[in-house]
Design a protein around this ligand. Structure first.
Ligand SMILES: NC(=O)c1ccc[n+]([C@@H]2O[C@H](COP(=O)([O-])OP(=O)(O)OC[C@H]3O[C@@H](n4cnc5c(N)ncnc54)[C@H](OP(=O)(O)O)[C@@H]3O)[C@@H](O)[C@H]2O)c1
Length: 227
């Protein structure tokens, strides 16, 4: 597969690109700084230089991909404006580009708490409102989406063992799920987030699903199959 990861120099994204490249996929990472290109090449990925905020359209980067992943983020040091232009605006631009170029598959790195941003304090609320709106845009886009909402990201080594909780909206359920519902809290290593994203990309049964992701005791493929 040819997979374009937006936010390609991010800590989750670099891990994901490395995994995808090692499995023989064409792993392309969209980065805004040419200085980041060498790190992607070292991971076996293909750097694509582009800016989610400054570029009017992402069509040229997305064209030819089999799937796109949104793993960018304005980051904790950013103000409310960049939550709108990156966390929301970048995700929307990526979905628009996917639609415009005929790419069906869209995997979104969202966040726990995006199901109820109003209950968060500032400055998390701005971030979670942006994430919630981005998720809703992707859901309504008609694309083959999966929304992954990780808990608090850590740099601990991955275990390959996770816990997922799923969308409680009965309109979105296609079958009965044995998983707990959204609204949980907990940490998850970035290694395991990347491994789950790589698994989601080759698991069509995750299309149309939204799930939270934490460290746990269930192997990734078993957890995804249970959704
Ligand atoms: N931290 C948490 O606990 C937590 C929890 C749940 C979900 N998340 C989400 O998980 C995702 C991945 O997290 P992470 O730790 O891997 O993030 P990260 O290391 O901060 O990576 C974010 C990437 O987005 C890029 N980016 C920002 N603005 C851009 C633009 N205009 N054009 C292109 N790229 C741009 C950044 O590039 P530059 O280096 O050029 O700025 C950076 O490489 C994010 O969406 C985050 O919101 C985080």
């Amino acid at each position: 597969m040819d997979i374009l990861v937006a936010g390609g120099h991010g800590k989750v994204a670099l891990r994901l690109l490395s995994l995808l490249a090692a499995r023989g996929h064409t792993a392309r990472g969209l980065v805004r700084s040419p200085a980041h290109a060498a790190d992607l090449t070292a991971a076996g990925a293909v750097p694509v230089i582009g800016d989610l905020e400054k570029d009017e359209t992402l069509d040229a980067y997305v064209k030819g991909a089999d799937a796109v992943v949104f793993a960018a983020g304005a980051g904790p040091g950013s103000g409310p404006e960049r939550k709108r232009t990156v966390d929301l605006g970048g995700a929307v631009k990526l979905a628009d580009a996917a639609r415009a170029t005929g790419v069906r598959r869209y995997v979104m790195v969202s966040s726990i708490g995006a199901d109820r941003p109003e209950s968060a304090g500032e400055p998390m609320r701005e971030y979670l409102v942006a994430k919630a709106e981005a998720d809703e845009y992707v859901r309504a886009s008609g694309l083959d989406y999966t929304i992954v909402r990780p808990g608090s990201l850590t740099d601990d080594p991955g275990t390959g063992l996770v816990k997922v909780s799923t969308d409680s909206d009965p309109r979105r359920k296609t079958h009965a799920s044995s998983l707990p519902e959204l609204g949980n809290r907990g940490p998850v290593p970035r290694d395991d987030v990347a491994a789950v994203l790589a698994a989601v990309l080759i698991t069509p049964a995750t299309i149309g699903k939204t799930f939270e992701l934490f460290t746990g005791d269930t192997p990734i493929h078993v957890a995804l199959a249970a959704g």
